[in-house]
Ligand binder design. Sequence first.
Ligand code: AMP
Length: 138
Amino acid sequence: MSYDPSNIFAKILNGELPCHKVHEDEVALVMMDIFPQSKGHTLVIPKAPSRNLVDADPAVLSTVMPLVQRVARAVVAATGADGIRLAQFNEAPAGQTVFHLHFHLIPAYDGVALGAHATGRADDAELAMLAKAIATKL
Ligand code: AMP
């Protein structure tokens, strides 16, 4: 399957749609997931177009993974999470809903079950606060 440049993350990357931005550089955009599975659920979105991991350029992966690690550390520091899950889905049967490569960083808290994937919309004021708090720790 080929990359569709009208996907929602492409529109966020080119500024057509808004986001709660944590960080942006030449490699990737980091933003809050607006349907979070837990408080602080953050997405790292490489700018280079690919549907997912399978068609991604290995050179892009090698530059983005250090950023994924940096963001994981910042999310834990900002939220006080007890753990953090890295998730990444490839094609619809595997759970992918947006067909532009992205990495989920999902904080986990002792005794709190993770929410369902892509369901409840979070409060914008809370997302804005979290984006700022995570950016401060980057
Ligand atoms: P995936 O199922 O791996 O493709 O994940 C897509 C993720 O994007 C889900 O966790 C959604 O909650 C999230 N999402 C969808 N639309 C937006 C949006 N406009 N801004 C931020 N996150 C979004």
